[in-house]
Design a protein around this ligand. Structure first.
Ligand SMILES: C[S@@+](CC[C@H](N)C(=O)[O-])C[C@H]1O[C@@H](n2cnc3c(N)ncnc32)[C@H](O)[C@@H]1O
Length: 419
């Protein structure tokens, strides 16, 4: 990967099962921003960019996933296309349309949310993502960020950072900000985490404080800022993060607990549990226990029945709410996706299964929180309804959507277990 970096990364993306973000992690740091900015923008809004720059695209989404699908009208190849785009990337529009998504995707959203809302969502989901960080409690002194951290924020690389809208410790940078390569990150003073994801962790711990932000449909316009600067002390409670992945929300939960209590973080992938442990180490969070589980075998859970104050199930989902960050995932990759789909049960069924399994942990008067990063009703409202139908020991406290305006898109619901 040298001079033809853009076309080489794009070709590899088309020819292997590797996803865009893991490919990016292999790109030389000096070239990473170029690839992230330009290729990311292209994957988010291919039709809009093609019209703007006189590029020809393959006519259907079926052909999209092929390096040969893109050429300039003058019959130049992919390399010339990307070089031409790079020369003018500052003029690339930062907003697309429904044309920038596979037809099936748009049809699904229209079925749930209608034509106008879908158009608004397509515009938002085709924009470049914001870079958001969450400051750890150690970054603060007397209720304000430490002066030396404030000074770092004011350095020339980050002139445009601003506070979050929904959570107290979020800081948002416009575009691709190089926040990772510095001492504050190395020493665990902050994590890179979307504000909606930060919000889900805080909503799990303090549903009464945060439920007011949730809406009964995806948010496509700006809302007023929330003032939640002081979070009450919850004491030494037990929290289960049932689908912890590499621990983004687990770490935010630990911060919310101010180092008290205990968090059991489960996932089915060893590499994710390993990464969670490393991140917990860096953040100096000592109350997290990462646990590897076998899918469909929940026997290890049984002995902990009725023990948790809070169980968060951040369930596997279609990920429609995070398409700005994973723009390649909206394009069906044949034949890879077909193979993958055959071995998996439908997502709504899996979500209900995981929710049922981990609900056993919740103690009487404890809470079960269900979350997904998508807007499809079949993966959000419906699994919750199906769960409540079979579990009269739980009652719904609150539910709703956050994003995709400003944050990634999420749905979350809080269910309380009766006495
Ligand atoms: C939406 S992701 C979670 C993201 C994570 N909470 C975070 O904040 O970064 C869903 C996770 O569920 C995990 N998963 C899938 N099936 C599971 C199961 N049966 N038990 C536990 N975790 C599971 C996946 O490996 C994936 O990491």
């Amino acid at each position: 990967m040298k001079s033809n970096i853009l076309s080489e990364v794009f070709a590899e993306l088309c020819e292997s099962q590797t996803h865009f973000d893991s490919l990016l992690s292999r790109v030389n740091p000096s070239q990473k921003s170029k690839v992230a900015v330009l290729l990311g923008a292209f994957l988010r809004r291919p039709a809009t960019i093609a019209t703007h720059f006189g590029i020809e695209l393959a006519p259907s989404a079926e052909e999209f996933w092929s390096a040969s699908f893109i050429r300039m009208k003058k019959n130049q190849g992919i390399h010339q296309c990307f070089e031409a785009l790079w020369d003018k990337w500052e003029t690339i529009p930062n907003e697309g349309s429904v044309e920038d998504f596979p037809v099936e995707f748009i049809q699904k959203l229209e079925k749930d949310w209608g034509v106008e809302k879908t158009k608004a969502m397509a515009r938002l989901l085709s924009q470049d993502p914001l870079t958001t960080i969450r400051f750890h409690r150690r970054a603060y002194e007397n209720g304000a960020l430490k002066p030396e951290i404030e000074a770092w924020l004011k350095e020339k690389d980050h002139p445009k950072s601003r506070a979050g809208n929904y959570t107290p410790n979020a800081r948002i940078f416009r575009g691709f900000a190089r926040v990772q390569r510095n001492d504050w990150f190395e020493k665990g003073y902050f994590e890179i985490q979307d504000e909606g994801s930060q919000f889900m962790s805080l909503y799990s711990l303090y549903p009464e404080l945060f439920a007011g932000r949730l809406k009964d449909a995806p948010q496509t316009e700006k809302f007023a800022q929330t003032d939640v600067s002081s979070l009450p002390d919850l004491g030494p409670i037990t929290v289960v993060d049932a689908c912890s992945g590499a621990g983004g929300k687990t770490l935010a939960l630990a911060d919310g607990l101010k180092g008290k209590g205990r968090i059991y973080a489960y996932d089915v992938y060893e590499r994710k549990v390993r990464s969670l442990k490393q991140r917990a180490e860096r953040a100096q969070e000592r109350n997290i226990q990462g646990v590897l589980v076998t899918p469909a075998d929940y026997s290890s859970i049984q002995k902990f029945e009725n023990t948790a104050d809070v169980v968060l199930v951040d369930a596997p989902c279609s990920g429609y709410g995070v398409l700005r960050r994973n723009p390649d995932t909206k394009w069906p990759r044949k034949p890879f996706d077909e193979k993958k789909r055959d071995s998996e049960i439908p997502l709504p069924e899996l979500q209900l299964k995981v929710l049922e399994a981990y609900s056993k942990y919740v103690k009487p008067e404890g809470r079960l929180v269900f979350g997904v990063c998508t807007f499809l009703k079949e993966e959000s409202l419906e699994p919750v309804q199906a769960f409540l139908k079979n579990h009269s020991e739980f009652e719904l406290q609150s539910e709703g959507y956050l994003g995709p305006y400003d944050t990634d898109g999420f749905f979350m619901a809080s269910l309380k277990k009766r006495k």
